[in-house]
Design a protein around this ligand. Sequence first.
Ligand code: F0G
Length: 444
Amino acid sequence: MARVEAGPKATLQPPKLRFPLRLRCVACDREHDPLQVRYRCDCGDILDVEHDLDALRSLDLRRVWEQRWGSRRFPCDSGVWRYRELILPVEEALIISRGEGNTRLYPAGKAGDYAGIDHFLLKHEGENPTASFKDRGMTVGVTAARMMGAQSVACASTGNTSASMASYAAVAGMRAIIFIPDGKIAYGKLSQALAYGGKTLQVRGDFDVAMQLVQEVCAKLNIYLLNSINPFRIEGQKAIVFELLQQLDWRPPDWIVVPGGNLGNSSAIAKGLRELRDLGIIRAMPRLAVIQAEGANPLYRMWAGGGPFQRVENAETIATAIKIGNPVSWRKSLRGVQETNGVVEQVSEQEIMDAKAWVDAAGIGAEPASCCSVAGAKKLRQQGVIAKDDLVVGILTGNLLKDPDAVVNYHTDNLGDRGIASTFANRPIPIEATFEAVERALGG
Ligand code: F0G
């Protein structure tokens, strides 16, 4: 049985932070108090958590984190809280953790051959407690909710954020209120939200409409918002890259490739890299490649076209996790791409599902949005942007079982209405219940 842990009962004193933090506006630079609930600056833009790196520099964090590797003790058994000095240096009693992180880094196997990259590793964030990378941000988000004294938390979601939030809220004894686009999220994710007891509102409209609505509701009803617009969520998600680098003995890869939807994850990875570099824990910066689906590609359009950011109306893709036209964190993500000398690329529906067929056939498996990492890496390799012998790490953001419909429809030639051919289908074979029929099916 999975181990579910909440720290001992929280104290009633105002929370203390072991190291000072600030919130800072990404657009106008204004500072805000981190212990007050706030997601935006007065100028309307979003906020970064800023750590006091000078205070952290004296700690030799790399040595501290190495000593914690493999720890069985709460909260250092978590692949997020192991790095807590650079995430949220809060007292242990407040921490809500499910031992998240500690996800494996696999050789990409057949998916690497398909992408044409010799040294291709896949970090499988689908191995988190609720089967997506969201748990890393959520353990910190729900802990921050507790730090702020919140009783209720809310999010808009294409599915994984809501599954994660519902689980962590259940552990924390909080009320979870979920806004999902009606009929447009994968069943694995909807099942989790319902099962963990989240109050699930199916909003008539798409994710972008639900995101707008949840912000209004949280402001008016004093509910703590746990989308990645919440800067503490981003802090937790940085642990993907901390753990990845620790797995590589702190030798940065040449590339990190991630799918981009609401653009929180790419923002977090870039922020984490910047902080590690500024602390002297890594010397070189990996290049970040953010991959969007063609039908939900506002960052790519901006990147390729050089114009201002513009939302995409009626975003559409089979990778429902990233069916987002108006990503909240575009400015942070773009800053991250620029700071790492990175790129933004887009991939077609066919490219996503074919890449997925190879991620799955490699025995690793991931949901469609995750496979943008492999489809994008292949495309960047073909363009010569990624070199054949570069060390590339693709982030697989969610588990294969999140979206079984996409799998079965691909392998049974049922995606024609979306213009997707089942190029690498592994079709099920109906047979009579006889030995001869089995022999025929096995090709003699
Ligand atoms: N991959 C998966 C499986 C996701 O669920 C998401 C986002 C992304 C990639 C994109 O990450 O938004 O940080 O750029 N899912 C959110 C949700 C939007 O509601 O679960 P991002």
